[in-house]
Design a protein around this ligand. Structure first.
Ligand code: CA
Length: 599
């Protein structure tokens, strides 16, 4: 009898036609194998996609080559599955693929398990949210984690739910913040191995726009028990094994008075893990409120990247992309580990494309600054980044102090990028083939002014008024190929609407990404030339994935327009108001003639 283990081995070795036809009669699993940390960290096995980022480091690179520059013209839909109901809102989730089953989360905190070959629904879980949830930026979710026999995801009422991956039944459910205060969880959790506590489930919380405070949580994935909590705001005390642990930073160093208690800094996009340095990298959101005149100081560790020791939740290093942030330039964007070859040396580096418009390369072992280069045009909030990685602010483009303004409002400025950022939640990809990063960028600015604001539980805590406007007439989105050794943009592929979906690149020399106009595209990784596209009938705001099953390479992506742009996009939202909503998962593979040749 074929077990799942042997089935995987056969697929990896290249199955015979006979074995393939026999496998077609295999039913869905009744008992799933245990997924291990070794499985998650194994980047060689292309039959599964076991973590957000597609691998622990988050490179979103698949070595698969069956779909390549030559064959991609024969990529056709295999199936499409509708998430159903009237809940057609933004779908930002990356799918998990394990043993021929796709686990994908949908809007309004739902999860679906689908047979990866047919699209048949195996089960569906609906978190049944209470009235009064307060997500800032649509009712989205970014995906699941998988470990042993369970799948996990965060909900908009700020819970983590563990489901049996075979049945979809709840195993445990825990709350990590009061949704009535503005907390929610939208990030995909990750699984990280530790020596002290075994594998842990790590995730971050959302809610900066409501004056919450950021925290990274580490849980026992079997039980949901808290192992450690690391606050991201200096002055707050963490937890370890149920007891208070250490303070994050020092009190009164980068904050004054009690401002840190409502200080934001939420790691709402979650984190990534680097097995080589044994560090978990999380980005942190804007300091609260947006009005920077209310909170003098650098306001650490908001708008930053922090490296956390997964053993105990201690911060090993931090790097603030925007100290004393004042434009809603959250520092959450993913920090992707890669080995950078420069001047004959290999540097253990990491890169991140920040909301503030600069592409940073850091030494990931210690957080030391290596370089920063603008990846969008006409940045004006800073004149550049100094040799220590600190911005050289242009004071004329920080929204003015309300105390010195008129009618209680500070001076309005036009700042670039706009608050939705040079890049937002949509993850970039790094190609081990080309050594390039593929960054989904947006060219826009904003009118912004500050006004006084006081913290009130459960109310927006901004102290700012704003309106996003395009920088150029003909495009807002631009996929940019960036050489991390020079910071230079090698090519770019412009798009009329702002890009909001993630990117994937492959050993076949392709870069896949979706557009709000509904095109899933494959472009040449060296030139950006479009080689294939397919319109899914609604906007794409999620990252694609790829996997190999029974000798065929598949590409899958969640589709459904939404997210922050239509809600917060000002002038830009008016330009793109005719995009249809949706909620589906689409899967593609090569037309049969090519898959036969590729054996
Ligand atoms: Ca924010």
């Amino acid at each position: 009898m074929l077990t799942f283990k042997t089935r995987k081995a056969i697929a990896a070795a290249g199955a015979s036609a006979l074995a393939l036809s026999a496998m077609m009669f295999l039913a869905a699993p009744t008992q799933a194998r245990d997924i291990t940390v070794q499985d998650i960290d194994n980047t060689k096995d292309t039959s599964d996609v076991l973590t957000w980022g597609m691998d622990a480091q988050g490179q979103r690179y698949s070595p698969l080559t069956q779909i390549n520059k030559e064959t991609v013209k024969d990529l056709v839909p295999a199936w499409s599955f509708s998430f159903g109901s009237e809940k057609q809102r933004g779908q930002e989730a990356q799918a998990i693929v394990a043993d021929g089953v796709i686990y994908v989360t949908g809007s309004y905190s739902r999860m679906f398990a689908l047979d990866a070959k047919s699209g048949r629904k195996l089960w569906e879980y609906d978190a049944r949210l209470p009235d009064g949830i307060m997500p800032c930026c649509d009712v989205i979710n970014r995906g699941a984690a998988i470990y042993k026999d369970k799948v996990y995801f965060g909900t908009l009422d700020s819970k983590i739910v563990a489901l049996n991956r075979t049945t979809g039944k709840v195993v445990w459910k825990k709350t990590f913040g009061d949704y009535k205060e503005g907390y929610s969880i939208t990030a995909a959790p990750i699984i990280v191995p530790t020596k002290s506590h075994g594998p842990l489930l790590l995730t971050g919380i959302a809610g900066d726009e409501f004056g919450t405070t950021g925290k990274v949580y580490a849980l026992n994935p079997d039980t949901g028990e808290s192992v450690w909590i690391r606050p991201t705001v200096e002055g707050m005390v963490g937890e370890l094994d149920g007891k208070p642990s250490t303070m994050t930073g020092k009190k009164d160093q980068t904050w004054s008075g009690d401002e840190y208690k409502y200080g934001g800094g939420s790691p709402w996009l979650g984190g990534l893990y680097d097995p080589e340095t044994h560090l978990a990298f999380f980005g942190t959101g804007n300091p609260a409120p947006w009005n920077s005149w209310e909170r003098p100081g650098d306001n650490k560790w908001t708008a930053a990247r922090i490296a956390i020791d997964p053993e105990n939740g201690e911060i090993k290093w931090g790097f603030q992309t925007t100290p004393h942030e004042g434009w809603d330039y959250d520092g959450v964007n993913e920090f992707v580990s890669f080995d950078m070859k420069k001047d004959g040396k290999t540097i253990k580096a990491g890169a991140t494309a920040d909301r503030n418009g600069f592409f940073y390369v850091l030494d990931r072992t210690n957080g030391k600054f290596i370089s920063a280069s603008p990846f969008v045009e006409k940045i004006n909030w800073a004149k550049g980044i100094d040799s220590h990685g600190r911005p050289i602010w242009d004071d004329a483009n920080r929204p003015g102090d309300p105390a010195k303004g008129t009618n209680g409002k500070g001076k309005e400025v036009f700042a670039i990028p706009g608050f939705l950022g040079g890049k937002n939640q949509m993850p970039m990809a790094y190609s081990q083939r080309t050594g390039l990063f593929y960054v989904p960028a947006n060219e826009w600015g904003m009118d912004i002014h500050n006004e006084p604001v006081t913290y009130k539980k459960g109310a927006a805590f901004l102290g700012a008024g704003f309106n996003i406007k395009p920088t150029f007439e003909d495009h807002i989105g631009a996929l940019k190929a960036i050489d991390p050794t020079t910071g230079k943009i090698v090519w770019q592929d412009n798009n009329v609407a702002p890009l909001w979906g993630g990117v994937m690149t492959t050993g076949g020399g392709l870069v896949f990404y979706g557009t709000p106009e509904g095109q899933l595209k494959a472009v040449d990784d060296k030139t950006g030339k479009e080689l294939w596209s397919f319109n899914v009938g609604t906007g794409i705001v999620a990252p694609p994935v790829t996997w190999m099953q029974d000798g065929e390479q598949y590409v899958g992506v969640a589709t459904g327009w939404g997210g922050a742009v239509p809600l917060w996009g000002g002038e830009v939202a008016k330009r793109i108001k005719n995009i249809s909503q949706g909620g589906s998962f689409w899967v593609f593979k090569l037309h049969k003639s090519w898959t036969a040749d590729a054996k």
